[in-house]
Design a protein around this ligand. Structure first.
Ligand code: SF4
Length: 233
């Protein structure tokens, strides 16, 4: 598979430089909240980013979407709207407990501010290539600090950023690996996308969630064997 523009560093355990990474992540979040670059450049009338918590150092799973919606900005946490509820239900299908989306997954997006509605209808406006480029350093810094084991790429834009241009039905249901980081493409959960209406696409989603379930089980058994080694010591 060719394409993919974002370079990934290998996963890093939470205990490695944990305090330093936590400190840097907090200051990165503060910087993102204050950023006005798209306003200065004339791309946004107002910089509306998500005020609240996005995740922790040590989250094994990161999720990258397109951009926050207005409900997430209003409510102050990422994936606060119906899309978040659907994503949480997908995680439950992969064996995670209810609420895992906000408790166990680092939540990110290609751009950090609500791009507003698409003036031609059909849901949220897609951030332009110029906005993506301006915001990209924030995403790269999040990736470099969180160092997840796997990334859920939600929707066509996030998939393209990592895997190059792809048709959803060619990549959903498969996983990829870059520098030791696993990538799992998923469709956008929004009702605006009709991709999931086709039964064969639902089957591809089920296949993707089965892959995620396998990763979760392997990570849990690693955790259990590490715990049993430390109690034997
Ligand atoms: S989208 Fe990103 S670069 Fe643009 S103003 Fe918001 S935080 Fe800054």
């Amino acid at each position: 598979m060719t394409g993919g523009h974002i370079k990934l560093l290998p996963p890093l355990a939470a205990r490695e430089q944990q305090e330093e990474r936590e400190r840097l992540l907090l200051s990165l979040h503060a910087e993102m909240r204050c950023c006005e670059q798209c306003v200065s450049a004339g791309y946004l009338a107002r910089a509306a980013s998500v005020a609240g918590f996005r995740g922790r150092i040590g989250d094994q799973l990161m999720l990258i979407g397109q951009a926050p919606g207005h409900l997430s900005v209003e409510r102050g946490f990422p994936f606060a709207g119906p899309g978040g509820r659907i994503l949480d239900s997908w995680l439950q299908r992969a064996g995670y407990p209810a609420g895992a989306l906000h408790r166990q997954v680092y939540l990110s997006a290609l751009t950090k501010c609500d791009p507003g509605k698409n003036p031609r209808g059909g849901g949220d406006r897609k951030p332009s290539p110029a906005e993506l480029a301006l915001c990209r350093p924030f995403l790269l810094r999040e990736l470099a600090l969180v160092r997840p084991r796997a990334i859920l790429l939600v929707g066509g834009m996030a998939i393209e950023a990592f895997l190059g241009p792809q048709l959803l039905h060619d990549v959903i249901g498969s996983s990829f690996e870059r520098n030791g980081v696993r990538l799992l493409p998923l469709p956008h959960p929004s009702g605006v996308s009709r991709w999931l209406n086709a039964p064969e696409h639902q089957r591809l989603l089920a296949q993707a969630l089965a892959i995620l379930s396998g990763w979760r089980q392997a990570w849990e058994s690693e955790g259990e064997s590490a715990a049993s080694i430390s109690t034997q010591e």
